[in-house]
Write a protein that binds this ligand. Structure first.
Ligand code: ZN
Length: 310
């Protein structure tokens, strides 16, 4: 991935947020996820984001899935204050003045006033290019969820239209002793250079934080096998999907590292599942070092379990 991409991710990881309530307010990441959802639904094709009723409905649904304590689902706050993050601009309607002034301390105008004075919100062209591309858009969405709402992935997936069948109880993720898990995790992330073996997302921040996780091909509880050839680096979304046997790295004659296959129960009419279906037939992105390629027995185990639906 390009430096430009890393740069955008880092900026989205560091949104300026109001912390006066004791927790960080979720409004800005929720607004960004709502806009991404509008694009996914084919409802936003140009870099002109209207403060529409449709956007407000998606925002409220998502907000309900992630809000805490006294958070209020007021979309005018992020729609207005996102301007302070310097990649979002409120374009005034003809004859109106610019509504956002950097450093001004007044609160956000009402929805009605924003609609009266602002034609649309507009992203920086570089960020819009990433949002327009289905692959990078998916990765930005994953990054936002992993950074701001890692505990609410299931609820968000349900709201984003991924469908009830994807919103399963979260009991399948393995519980591992911390020391052993850390060693396995570090080994796998290094071998795979912090890159998801499914979608190729790669992100390491200066703080050492990585978006990508280490997954066991055959679960540790089954094989007790922490060898690197039983591991894969995956982004949270693909880790989650592999844990539920919705996707699987499978043996393949042409690709020694295996190829991805998807569960036939996935429905390409649901846009949350379409991303997963697109993986079908794509090679597993292998580690540089051939000796650490996924072991054949693990790929076979995954293939056999692909039809098991929880
Ligand atoms: Zn991924």
């Amino acid at each position: 991935m390009s430096a430009r991409w890393d740069n955008w991710l880092e900026r989205l990881y560091n949104l300026r947020r109001d912390k006066t309530s004791g927790h960080e307010r979720p409004h800005k990441p929720v607004l960004l996820l709502s806009i991404i959802d509008l694009i996914d639904r084919g409802r936003l094709a140009r870099n002109e984001v209207l403060l529409s009723d449709e956007l407000i409905v998606i925002f409220r649904g998502l907000f309900k899935a992630v809000c805490q304590a006294n958070d209020q689902p007021s979309i005018q706050n992020p729609f207005f204050h996102l301007s302070g993050d310097k990649f979002w601009e409120l374009v005034p309607v003809a004859g109106e003045t610019v509504i956002y002034r950097p450093g001004a301390t007044a609160g956000a105008p009402s929805v009605a006033e924003l609609r009266r004075r602002v034609a649309y919100g507009r992203f920086d062209d570089g960020l819009w290019a990433l949002l327009s591309d289905p692959v990078t858009r998916h990765q930005l969405r994953e990054a936002l969820i992993a950074r701001y709402f890692p505990e609410r992935r299931e609820q968000i997936a349900a709201v984003l239209g991924a469908g009830a069948r994807l919103a399963q109880p979260d009991a399948l993720r393995e519980e591992l002793p911390p020391g052993r898990d850390a060693a396995f995790r570090w080994t796998i992330l290094e071998i795979y250079d912090f890159t998801c073996a499914a979608c190729g997302i790669r992100l390491v921040l200066h703080s050492g934080l990585s978006l990508v996780e280490a997954a066991h091909i055959i679960p540790f509880s089954v094989a007790w096998n922490d060898r690197p050839t039983n591991g894969l680096a995956l982004c949270p979304n693909h880790h989650w999907a592999m844990d539920r046997h919705l996707i699987a790295p499978c043996p393949d004659d042409r690709h020694r590292g295996g190829v991805w296959r998807v569960n036939r129960q996935l429905d390409d009419r649901l846009h949350g599942q379409r991303d997963l279906i697109l993986l079908s037939g794509r090679p597993v992105i292998p580690p540089h070092d051939k000796e650490f390629y996924p072991a054949e027995e693990g790929l076979r185990w995954r293939e056999e379990h692909l039809t098991t639906v929880y």
